[in-house]
Structures are given as structure tokens and as C-alpha cells.
Design a protein around this ligand. Structure first.
Ligand code: ADP
Length: 450
């Protein structure tokens, strides 16, 4: 979202700047940067040096500002370190310290997830940042399960503010950056409308706060980068296609895919792509494979691409020998293969327990692969069941029975060639680009103008 939305905002004639930590991953080694500002960020009793960098040849379509804090972000992973609290508070302080020095005051500041959750509070209640007191803030919840809470023993990490405002950073006796953002941001958004409804009754103990702040909250469905995810131009496919030529196109991609994994291209191909974790319902994949291939052998093929919890990876790999020729899994992350699967598969399984927005189903729709989704979050907002004049297959529970039944319905659809073709054509023509979401965000920003 942070990579795509600003690009569309620029196309709409607005300038947007993305500020993020300078993670030392692939992006760092693949690009050149220049340092143009250096400063210090106070964290408790320490003063940490930071540098602000820009991309040298920026063709992203928006300004990208990277904050390099030696010792805190020069690591292999983005998060899940023991000192994430210290890392992200320092990042937020450094970002505001730099912003404070910039001549132009932003019209609006839009923050994402708990890692930036103190920004709305600091902008409005910390004297040091008084300059931003009247700058509107928008906060987007991408995943409400991760809240970043910690004890009041670390209160002194935050820049000084009047203790009168302690309640604005607190939730259930802990300092909670997500709660603080929900309380202090001028507007709160979620990445789909249904996800906003769901977190009002299930969000790790923060439901009540969501309900209290409901009046300033709204759900805006994310889009997909339709330049990258376009089957007509995607360089990772065996054969490109569009909504008129998808039959031959998908057939060619399916042939390559099936020969790579020893599957039969004449059978309906069911796939799963994603993190192998409970949130995605990946733990029930082994029992789905067993249920479908044991009781209906020879009727379908299944292909899984993903990585995650070792116990799921192990179970998936273990079943391969037993169902050879009907099922295969690729454990690992493989971008090219994912594109080929979206293009060559017939159905994509998404039995997710939680799906704030979900991108896979939108890629699948664009590539003519019928999504089979659990009705939750963004999946509910983007996929309509064929029984309701729609273009996908929906089920209510994240359970083997529900998914097996959905697979049964999918096979019936697959064999009704004329209807199958009509459904695929219809779904490929849906516009899931960022245009609509970018417009919705723009309207939201403009409604906050003083
Ligand atoms: P998440 O909750 O993981 O962010 P999303 O649906 O928002 O889920 O995005 C997942 C993205 O990651 C999709 O673009 C999907 O194609 C991609 N992806 C996930 N796992 C893999 C993998 N093993 N190999 C290639 N791409 C993957």
C-alpha cells in the first residue's frame, strides 16, 4: 500500500513523500542513495545519531525518504526483534525531527500500523512538535492483531509531554501504540470495509476502543498494482493473455506448470499461495488434501506454494510421495512461480481465518483463476459467490468440510465449460487498480482540510 498509493496520488497531481526506516535488505543492495540530513533522536537517556537518505535515481513515482539509524535497522529482517519498541520509537522521533527541519509543513500525515502509532500523539501533544499540532493525521490499520504494547517502565523513551495526556497512550494498563493511534489520529482506516466491522468484535481486547472511535473510522479497500499484475504484459508468464484470449493463454501457462510439477494439465488445478500460518488457514491444508485426494482420487490436482510454520511445511512435504501425480508443494518464496500459478491455475484456495484485505484473490481474479475464499475481511468485500450471480466460490468456516465442499462445487463449475468461461471473463474485467482507493483517500484528506 505504501509503495502503490503514493504513485497513484502523484498521477492525480499531488505530491506525496514516503518516510520509512532504511532496512538493510535487497532494496538497499539494488539501489544507490545519498545522505542529505543528519541528526539525533533521543530515546530515554540516549541520543541516537541518524541519517536521512534519498534514492539517487528515483523512478518510483513519489519521493522516498529513508531514515538510517545505525545499530537499529541494519539487520537482516524488518521486525520481530527483542528491541522493536526501542527501534520504532527512535524511528518515529527521528522522522519527526527531520520533518520539523523541513521548510514545508505537510497538509496531512498518513501513518501505517503500530510501528508508527505514536506519530499522531506526538504531533498533537508533544511540545517539541507543536508545529504539527494542527496537521491532520490519518492512521491505517493493516493488521490489528499486532499492537506493539509495552510497560510503563519505558514511558521515559517517549519525548516529554504532560502526564495529563497519559491516557492517550494507554490501553489496559500498558502503553499501546496502536491504541494511541486510534485515539489520537483524526481519522482511522482499515484496508477493507468488512475488516473494520470484524475488528469491532475481535481485535485482541481492543474491540471496545474501536467501537468508541467508530465515528471517525472507515474501511477503504486496497487496490493492486495493475501495471505489475497484468497478464497481458507480465514478463514472468509463459504466454501473455487478456480477457479475450485467456483460454489459450491459461492453457499454455498451465501446461508449463504441470510439466514442472508432474501434474496432469487435463484436470482442474487447485492452488494455494501464501504464508503457511494459521491466520491464512494453512494448517488445514494437509487435511483438505487428504480429504479431497483420498475420497475423490483422480478428479483434481493440487499445488501449494508457500513457507511458514515448520509443522505445516513438514506435513505438506510428507504427503507428496503418497499423492504423486495429483499433488505437489513448493516450500519457499518464489515470485516468478507465483505469477505462473496465478496464470496457469484454475482455482485458488484462500481459507483464511483473518484477511484484513488480501491481495491473492485480486491477482487471481485478474489472471482468470477462480478464487475459493472464506467469507472474511477483504475476501468478503472482493469475491461474490457464483450462486449470487458472482464469480467466485465462498464458504463460511475455515474447516476441511467447508473447503472440501467448495472444491466439489468448483469441479462442477469447471465441467460446465460455457459458464466457467463466462465467469472467468467476467472476473478478469473487474477493475481492482488503485485508482478508486487513491480517490477515496484523497477525498478523506480533503475532508480534513482546515
Ligand atoms: P499477507 O498477509 O501475507 O501480507 P497478502 O495477501 O496481503 O498477504 O499478500 C501476500 C503476497 O505475497 C501476495 O502477493 C502473494 O502472491 C505473495 N506470496 C506469499 N507467499 C509467497 C511465496 N511463497 N512465494 C511467492 N509469493 C508469495
Amino acid at each position: 500500500m505504501v509503495g502503490a498509493l503514493p504513485k497513484y496520488q502523484t498521477l492525480m497531481g499531488h505530491s506525496s513523500t514516503v518516510i520509512m526506516p532504511f532496512y538493510h535488505g535487497k532494496f538497499k543492495s539494488a539501489n544507490k542513495f545519498s545522505t542529505f540530513f543528519s541528526g539525533f533522536a533521543r530515546l530515554g537517556h540516549s541520543n541516537l545519531a541518524f541519517n536521512v537518505l534519498k534514492l539517487k535515481d528515483n523512478n518510483l513515482g513519489y519521493e522516498l525518504i529513508l531514515i538510517d539509524i545505525p545499530g537499529l535497522f541494519d539487520r537482516e529482517n524488518v521486525y520481530s526483534y527483542h528491541d522493536d519498541t526501542e527501534r520504532f520509537i527512535t524511528f518515529q522521533v527521528a522522522a519527526l525531527n527531520w520533518l520539523k527541519e523541513r521548510e514545508k509543513t505537510p497538509d496531512v500525515v498518513h501513518c501505517h500500523d503500530q510501528q508508527t502509532g505514536f506519530i499522531p500523539f506526538m504531533m498533537s501533544k508533544v511540545r517539541e512538535y507543536q508545529r504539527f499540532e494542527h496537521v491532520p493525521t490519518v492512521f491505517t490499520i493493516h493488521n490489528g492483531q499486532y499492537q506493539g504494547q509495552f510497560g510503563f517502565d519505558k514511558l521515559y523513551y517517549l519525548p516529554p509531554f504532560h502526564s495529563y495526556f497519559n491516557g492517550l497512550i494507554e490501553w489496559h494498563n500498558l502503553i499501546n501504540p496502536l491504541a494511541s493511534a486510534i485515539k489520537c489520529a483524526w481519522r482511522v482506516t482499515t484496508v477493507s470495509p468488512s475488516y473494520l466491522d470484524e475488528i469491532s468484535y475481535s481485535m485482541n481486547g481492543m474491540e471496545e476502543l474501536l467501537r468508541t472511535e467508530r465515528g471517525k473510522s472507515l474501511g477503504i479497500l486496497n487496490g493492486i498494482d495493475s501495471d505489475v499484475w497484468n497478464p497481458a504484459t507480465d514478463p514472468m508468464l509463459e504466454k501473455n493473455f487478456d480477457s479475450k484470449t485467456f483460454e489459450e493463454g491459461k492453457k499454455a501457462n498451465k501446461a508449463v506448470l504441470c510439466s514442472q510439477f508432474g501434474l496432469d494439465p487435463n484436470k482442474p488445478l487447485f492452488t494455494f499461495i501464501g504464508r503457511l500460518v494459521g491466520e491464512k488457514g494453512a494448517d488445514i491444508l494437509p487435511s483438505i488434501i487428504y480429504d479431497v485426494l483420498h475420497y475423490k482420487p483422480g478428479e483434481q490436482n493440487i499445488l501449494i506454494l508457500g513457507s511458514g510454520e515448520k509443522v505445516i511445511e513438514h506435513a505438506l512435504l510428507q504427503m507428496e510421495d503418497h499423492y504423486k501425480g495429483n499433488y505437489c508443494s513448493y516450500i519457499g518464496y518464489n515470485e516468478k512461480l507465483s505469477h505462473l500459478i496465478y496464470a496457469g491455475a484454475d482455482f485458488l484456495l484462500m481459507p483464511s481465518r483473518v484477511e484484513p484485505c488480501g491481495l491473492n484473490q485480486m491477482y487471481a481474479l485478474r489472471y482468470g483463476t477462480v478464487p475459493i475464499v472464506r467469507r472474511t475481511g477483504g475476501l468478503r468485500d472482493t469475491v461474490t459467490d457464483i450462486g449470487d450471480q458472482g464469480f467466485g466460490i465462498c464458504h463460511d468456516q475455515c474447516s476441511t468440510t467447508d473447503v472440501s465442499h467448495a472444491i466439489h462445487r468448483a469441479k462442477l463449475l469447471y465441467h460446465q465449460k460455457r459458464i466457467f468461461k463466462k465467469v472467468r471473463k467476467q472476473m478478469m474485467e473487474i477493475d481492482h487498480s488503485w485508482n478508486k482507493a487513491a480517490m477515496d483517500y484523497l477525498e478523506l484528506y480533503q475532508s480534513l482540510k482546515l
